[in-house]
Design a protein around this ligand. Structure first.
Ligand code: NAI
Ligand code: 13P
Length: 336
């Protein structure tokens, strides 16, 4: 008899918890690592995560711990679900504890500030594991809908297709349908850029603009992601798939998206400080818009919507001025 697949999930926030449920529903033995003892105790005794999904019963094959060594021990998959900007520091502490052959799985959709590194690059550097043992999960996967077991598709990407297939099997459930990909760069960029475009669409929504504006931002945002991806060696077709268009549509349509909601609050006229104060969960695009703009500059790629988001979010540019400037750019062919 083969033993069940073991998964460690680092991060008891919304996506860490929901993805732990997916893994458990797919038959894995899951250990969730969390920082706070009271939340870990509540998960183990109450079978719910009261801070994120108080009404969702967690499967019996999930347990939680605050001990990273206990979580990491013997894990076939080590899933990382903390805010992107905290990964480097956290992983430095966890790296010595990792099971020898574990596949590290990033759920994160950010780009590191300062270095402009993708999460898989940070993992490779800090945990010193080869790219063949680093995978990512991405796609239109709003955590609350997954926790409600609503149907969704996703992409699991790894340069080693066999590792991607093992992860696919480990997280395939009747409601969660993962597709494999070997385009890690494209999949990671798709996830990071859609958060920035989600902010832009939210800002437009908050300003009272309509669906033509939204459709234009989504499409031209996709063009920005694709241009950056091409310059960085990604497969352009990835951006018309779940990691690109799929996630853009979900994020830019949904009030569940933290990035979209963050943008909406800014567009309604809240200051950055007020918006941060009412945002209880991680909106990766707020910091990563800067890193995405850095990547664009390094690769000589034009990303005007991304630059506009940086100007509004980080340089306090009034939304109406930013909109006028974006629309006032010189006319161009759609494809070039
Ligand atoms: N929530 C969602 O619908 C989805 C989120 N993601 C991505 O998953 C990643 C994690 O996001 P969420 O779980 O949604 O965020 P969240 O804000 O719900 O949870 C973040 C978790 O990390 C913990 N945390 C915060 N700072 C930390 C630190 N310095 N060290 C260790 N732990 C820390 C928090 O306590 C919390 O448990 C993000 O990169 C996000 O883009 C991806 C797909 C869907
Ligand atoms: O990535 C997500 C859905 O796929 C979640 O989006 P937010 O981080 O904006 O909530």
């Amino acid at each position: 008899m083969t033993r069940p697949v073991k998964a460690a999930v680092f991060g008891t926030g919304s996506w860490g918890t929901a993805f732990a449920m997916v893994l458990a529903d797919a038959g894995c033995e899951v250990v969730l690592w969390g920082r706070r003892q009271e939340l870990v105790d509540a998960i183990n005794s109450g079978r719910t995560n009261p801070d994120y999904f108080p009404d969702v019963e967690l499967p019996a094959n999930i347990r939680a711990t605050t001990d990273p060594a206990e979580a990491a021990a013997g894990a076939d998959f080590t899933v990382l679900a903390v805010p992107s900007q905290t990964l480097r520091g956290n992983l430095a502490a966890w790296a010595p504890l990792l099971a020898p052959e574990t596949v590290l799985v990033s759920l994160m959709k950010g780009v590191e500030l300062g270095t402009a590194k993708r999460m898989s690059e940070v993992i490779e550097e800090v945990a010193k594991v080869p790219a063949e043992r680093i995978a990512i999960v991405t796609g239109p996967n709003l955590a609350a809908e997954i926790a409600a077991r609503q149907p969704a598709a996703s992409v699991v990407a790894c340069v080693d297709e066999a590792a991607a297939q093992r992860l696919q099997a480990a997280c395939h459930t009747p409601y969660f349908r993962p597709y494999t990909s070997t385009d890690v760069i494209g999949c990671e960029l798709g996830g990071a850029v859609k958060n920035v475009i989600g902010l832009a669409v939210g800002i437009a929504d908050g300003m009272g603009l309509g669906d033509n504006t939204k459709g234009s931002l989504i499409t031209r945002g996709l063009a920005e992601a694709t241009r950056l991806g091409l310059a960085m060696g990604a497969d352009p077709l990835t951006f018309s798939g779940l990691a690109g268009l799929g996630d853009l549509v979900a994020t830019c349509s949904s009030p569940l998206s933290r990035n979209h909601t963050f943008g909406t609050n800014l567009g309604r006229g809240m200051t950055l400080e007020e918006t941060i104060a009412v945002t209880k969960q991680t909106a990766e695009g707020v910091k990563s818009c800067q890193s995405v703009a850095d990547l664009a500059r390094r690769h000589g790629v034009d990303m005007p919507i991304t630059d506009t988001v940086v100007d509004i979010v980080h340089h306090g540019k009034p939304t109406l001025v930013a909109l006028k400037e974006l629309m006032g750019r010189s006319a161009k062919p759609e494809r070039r």
